[in-house]
Write a protein that binds this ligand. Structure first.
Ligand SMILES: [Zn+2]
Ligand SMILES: [Zn+2]
Length: 143
């Protein structure tokens, strides 16, 4: 009987270790997904039309990290001209165009920013308002 009694606790340890392992794997993939784009993503100022790196704003943090009143959720005061809005940029996984987020934001059902090139109606609406969501500087290959 003693052998039978020792089995259940062993099983529990095995399941527990598996659970911790799965949790660690989940956290690892989550961290890899979330932390990368924040550093690599660039910014673009609509006033001086210069591209800046988000790293420029992290220097001397939080002194250079100033929210712009017209910048929505992510727009900062431009590090280049110190005046305009430097919007965060994103690149579309489907068409590879680089566009500005939070300039005239539009979201899909999952809460992701909509690409102004793939969603032609959105791109047209932005253009009709004089909002350049896909600056040439960020998309040198496009006509
Ligand atoms: Zn600027
Ligand atoms: Zn697209």
């Amino acid at each position: 009987m003693s052998e039978g009694e020792s089995k259940p606790p062993l099983k529990k340890v095995g399941v527990g270790a598996l659970f911790v392992g799965a949790l660690a794997l989940f956290y690892w993939s989550w961290a890899a997904n979330v932390s990368e784009p924040l550093i690599e993503r660039g910014r673009y100022c609509i006033a001086c039309k210069q591209a800046t790196s988000t790293d420029d704003y992290l220097k001397d943090y939080p002194k250079n990290w100033r929210r712009h009143p017209q910048g929505g959720d992510t727009g900062l005061v431009c590090a280049s001209c110190n005046k305009g809005v430097a919007f965060l940029t994103a690149d579309c996984e489907t068409c590879q165009v680089v566009f500005l987020v939070d300039y005239l934001p539009k979201y899909d059902n999952d809460g992701n920013h909509v690409c102004p090139k793939c969603d032609a109606a959105y791109g047209k609406l932005a253009a009709s308002k004089g909002v350049d969501l896909m600056p040439k500087l960020l998309n040198p290959g496009t006509p």
